[in-house]
Design a protein around this ligand. Structure first.
Ligand SMILES: [Zn+2]
Length: 301
């Protein structure tokens, strides 16, 4: 048994991860099981999908918007999703999300984007921490670099394998702006993101996911699937869902193509993402309900 074996978790959004284990002799995925979890923070988006690769690695998958895509970006229970991933043994969490491109050369349907910075433009409607002090403990920790550099580099290497087979390029660029949604940006917002924040793309879900992943001590990376040019270009009529649905299909094979590569390459090595829960907590633990504390035990390594 490899002591440094990592476990990959993948949360995807507009592109649903569909794995038909055992149906195809060439399939890398040999066994798939659904796992229902109840968490101290409520219900995850749907049951977790634990899948086994032919080479022995386990990967945990979750469709972010739930069965039937009924959960909007601000209705997703991000805390339950990330807590469940940690509980199931995940060490590296990859977020796959559709985004609007703010750069001419980041072409919808043609170029994947791997950001290493995030800019929070949400409105506070989401539960964005496990430690908000509402009914539990308060914790403070550094979040200057929300994306794990090593994990992100491995994701980029995995994406490098896509150009020959699918003619899909990738680019490491930054930052990604996270908006509340569910509407796409106004023209004024889109131009502000591009011209003032110098952002390269707009998405709706990487936060609070990244923050919760850091609190859970998970390495976190984002793989963006640009589906449109947002609304900054005068010639564009604006973003329409029907166009996004068409463009996203060009990326349909991306998750299944890169998951085996990542699962085999990743190692559970010491990383600054492994925030120590004990050292981050500001609250007096002697005043915390012991039952509550047990909910956080999974964050200790
Ligand atoms: Zn890391």
């Amino acid at each position: 048994m490899d002591e440094q074996r990592a476990m990959l978790g993948v949360i995807a959004g507009s592109i649903k991860i569909i794995i038909g284990a055992g149906n195809d002799a060439k399939s890398e995925f040999v066994r798939t099981e659904k796992t229902n979890l109840t968490t101290p923070f409520g219900s995850p988006s749907e049951p977790f999908i634990e899948t086994k690769l032919r080479t022995g690695e386990t990967v945990v998958l979750l469709n972010r918007h739930g069965e039937g895509h009924l959960l909007g970006p601000s209705a997703i229970n991000y805390r339950a999703n990330v807590w469940g991933m940690k509980k199931l043994g995940v060490t590296h969490l990859l977020s796959i999300c559709a985004v609007g491109s703010l750069e001419p050369h980041i072409k919808p349907g043609k170029t994947l984007l791997i950001p290493d910075q995030l800019f929070d433009w949400t409105k506070g409607a989401r539960k964005h921490t496990f430690f908000d002090g509402q009914d539990d403990v308060v914790a403070h920790y550094g979040f200057a670099d929300p994306i794990c550099a090593d994990f992100s580099a491995t994701v980029a290497a995995a994406c490098g394998t896509l150009i020959d087979e699918f003619n899909i390029a990738h680019e490491k660029s930054t930052p990604l702006v996270i908006i509340e949604g569910p509407t796409f940006s106004t023209r004024a917002e889109s131009r502000f993101f591009r011209e003032t924040l110098h952002a390269v793309a707009v998405g709706m879900t990487a936060l609070p996911e990244a923050r919760l992943a850091r609190e859970a001590g998970l390495c976190y990376a984002v793989l963006c699937l640009p589906t449109d040019y947002d609304s900054w270009r005068a010639a564009e009529k604006g973003v329409e869902s029907i166009e996004i649905a068409k463009t996203i299909k060009t990326f349909a094979k991306v998750p299944i193509a890169i998951i085996p590569y990542l699962a085999r390459k990743l190692r559970d090595e010491s990383c600054s993402c492994r925030v120590s829960f004990a050292s981050a907590v500001a609250s007096d633990l002697s005043k915390i309900d012991l039952k509550k504390m047990r909910e956080y035990e999974i964050f200790e390594r």
